[in-house]
Design a protein. Structure first.
Length: 77
């Protein structure tokens, strides 16, 4: 019986670790930086560079919205 609980615990920890990536916060490893590559952007036309800049801006704005959320007294977002 304890082996089953231990395996379930390890599975929960692994799941949490897979989705909890605090080292990515405030780094250039996030979705907002998907097209943030000077060499790539240098080969693109003006419109595409503008779209990449808009993508980064909008993604960061959405991230701020998500970070501002909190849990209520029932634990819901």
């Amino acid at each position: 019986m304890y082996v089953l609980k231990e395996k379930a615990s390890v599975s929960q920890i692994a799941l949490l670790a897979a989705f909890n990536r605090p080292t990515f916060v405030n780094s250039n490893k996030t979705i907002a930086h998907m097209f943030d590559d000077a060499e790539l952007l240098g080969r693109l036309n003006k419109e595409t560079r503008g779209a990449a800049a808009m993508f980064k801006k909008e993604t960061k704005a959405f991230s701020r919205v998500l970070r501002a959320r909190s849990l209520d007294e029932r634990g819901l977002s």
